[in-house]
Each structure stands twice: as structure tokens, then as C-alpha cells.
Design a protein around this ligand. Structure first.
Ligand code: RIB
Ligand code: CA
Length: 315
């Protein structure tokens, strides 16, 4: 059993990641969900996760975080997630519940320092909250088991040729986190696509229970680009963090030194994964675990096991 804190910008895939963690209570105690501006404003992201929790009657603390990156202007991903950040659920009732009155970083600090066991941070958006948390209260690092994040890439990109959105959106925050002593596992773009859900698999969700149908609606909207581009699958990016925690053995990875590019004309937010090896590079002290691939069929098995479990719980 791991105690996890989830930080993200829900966001269609962030929401699926949350539901997948919820599906395995014997594996995860979700101590809270903090939101950060990214796919949409932090306010929208907060309303989105509360909307899903209310729809299922789930009560988990939610605290709203930073509304903008540390230095850069907020550049949302409305093109992919819609104006609300979760346009796949526009027809669902709005949230009734409210977030905590405290800021996300206060909530994170208090929860981590008061926890009897170490906490795993699961991050699924820009790292703004996490960077300020680590800078303001570095003592939290002693109580953080590891940070498992969706972010970065080995050689590809989405926001730029070689930059992934979460790192691109707030590269200064990413650098602060990657310069810290935290143990970090990075679910890269490559790992997320390798472990994508087939469009044909997604279609079966509409015949499932309450949660399967909710996820069907989420993915129907989120898969528009996969359909448009003729891809066979959707990279449900953020859920890769939970899949890794559930079954790391279905992933391939390399432990490498990773630096964040801040000033490149074409490489803002690039995760520079140093794979040169011992001829040119001394053994890095705290290499990052860079997930590179996944066994797709195993991903699908885990995903649908989670959906089935949730359908049983939430009639
Ligand atoms: O690049 C994919 C990441 O950007 C995911 O976290 C998605 O939700 C968006 O935030
Ligand atoms: Ca996200």
C-alpha cells in the first residue's frame, strides 16, 4: 500500500489516471489531489476533478495550486482538452464540492510532514507546485519516497520537436525539481505512446458500467486527434504513472542523468537525457529512471481490470 499525492492539470488523461489509482485501494491510499495551471487554468482543473469526484460520490481532499508558471506565460492546451480543460464531460453536472481553503503547497507540506509513512508524489502537469514546495520546505524531501511523473521525452516532443508539454509549460519549475535530491521516475512521451489504448479497446467502454461509460466519454473527446491522424491508439499520458506503480515490470527504462533545457531557441523544456555512457560521462549520482516503453497488452489488461473494479464499486 502506497500513500500517494496526485498533482495535475485535469485534463482528460489526468482524470483517467486518478480513476485508475482509485480502482486499486489495496495498492494506493490517495491522500489528496492538488491542481496546477497547465491544460487549463488551475480554477478549471480544480472544478474538473471535483466534478468527477462528486459524480462518483468520492471525497478526497482537493487543493488548488498555482495559476501560472514560475516565469513563463501560461500557455494552456485548450486545443486538446477544450476551453474547460475537460470538454469531454461538458454534459455532466458541475462540481458542488469545494476545494480546501488552503493553497496546494500548504496542503502538500502539511500532508507530507504529518504522514507516518513516506509519500509518493504522482505528478501529471507542470511542476510549478512541486518546485515551490521543495524550495520553500526542503525538509519534505525526507518524507518523499519518490516522484513518479508524466513528463519529458527521450527523443521526441509534442509542444516542440523535442519538448513535452509539462516540461515546456514551466521549464524553470522542472529544473528546480530535477536539481533536487528527490528520486524521480519519468514516464516519457515514448513510454506513453508505447502503452497507449487502442481505439477499438476504448469503444468497448461504452457497454460497461457507470465508470466505464464516464471514461468512454472522456476518451471519446481526448482521442479526436488519434482518429484525425489515423493512429490506432491514444496515449493516455498521465495514467502511465499509475500503471508503472502498479506493475513496473511491464515497462522498459534506462537510468540516466537528465537536465532541463531553459534557454534553447528551439528546445525550451527539453529533458536532455544523457545516454553517453561511462566513456564520456561519470556515473551520475542520482540518475533519473526514464521509462522508454511498455508492454501494451499488459497495459490494457491493467486498465480494464481497473475499469471493471470501478464499475463494481460505483453503480
Ligand atoms: O504531454 C502530455 C501531458 O500534457 C499530460 O500530462 C497532459 O495532461 C498534458 O498536461
Ligand atoms: Ca496532465
Amino acid at each position: 500500500m502506497r500513500t500517494i499525492l496526485m498533482d495535475g492539470d485535469p485534463g482528460h488523461d489526468d482524470t483517467v489516471a486518478f480513476l485508475l489509482a482509485l480502482a486499486f485501494p489495496e495498492r494506493f491510499r490517495i491522500a489528496g489531489f492538488t491542481t496546477v495551471a497547465g491544460n487549463s487554468t488551475a480554477k478549471n482543473c480544480t472544478g474538473n476533478i471535483l466534478k468527477v469526484m462528486d459524480y462518483l460520490g468520492v471525497s478526497i481532499p482537493v487543493a488548488a495550486g498555482y495559476e501560472s508558471p514560475l516565469v513563463r506565460e501560461l500557455d494552456t492546451a485548450a486545443k486538446y482538452h477544450g476551453e474547460t480543460g475537460l470538454d469531454g464531460l461538458l454534459s455532466y453536472p458541475p462540481a458542488v464540492s469545494r476545494p480546501l481553503a488552503k493553497h496546494a503547497i500548504e496542503f502538500l507540506k502539511e500532508t507530507i510532514l504529518s504522514s507516518k509513512e513516506k509519500i509518493t508524489l504522482v505528478t501529471m502537469g507542470p511542476l510549478t507546485n512541486i518546485a515551490v514546495l521543495l524550495k520553500t520546505w526542503p525538509q519534505v524531501l525526507e518524507k518523499i519516497e519518490e516522484i513518479v511523473m508524466m513528463g519529458g521525452s527521450f527523443a521526441s516532443g509534442n509542444s516542440l520537436a523535442k519538448s513535452e508539454f509539462n516540461m515546456y509549460a514551466d521549464p524553470e519549475a522542472a529544473k528546480i525539481v530535477f536539481d533536487s535530491d528527490a528520486k524521480i521516475t519519468m514516464a516519457t512521451i515514448e513510454a506513453c505512446f508505447s502503452g497507449g489504448l487502442l481505439l477499438t479497446e476504448q469503444e468497448t467502454l461504452k457497454d460497461g458500467g457507470k465508470v466505464s461509460r464516464l471514461v468512454y466519454d472522456i476518451l471519446k473527446y481526448y482521442s479526436r486527434y488519434a482518429v484525425k491522424n489515423g493512429w490506432d491508439r491514444t496515449a493516455v499520458f498521465d495514467m502511465t504513472t499509475i500503471l508503472y506503480l502498479l506493475s513496473p515490470e511491464i515497462f522498459s527504462w534506462r537510468d540516466m542523468k537528465v537536465d532541463i533545457e531553459l534557454s534553447g531557441a528551439h528546445t525550451r523544456g527539453m529533458t536532455v537525457c544523457d545516454d553517453r555512457g561511462p566513456t564520456y560521462l561519470a556515473e551520475p549520482e542520482n540518475p533519473r529512471r526514464v521509462l522508454l516503453g511498455a508492454e501494451r497488452e499488459e497495459v490494457a489488461k491493467l486498465f480494464f481490470a481497473g475499469m471493471h473494479a470501478l464499475d463494481q464499486r460505483f453503480e
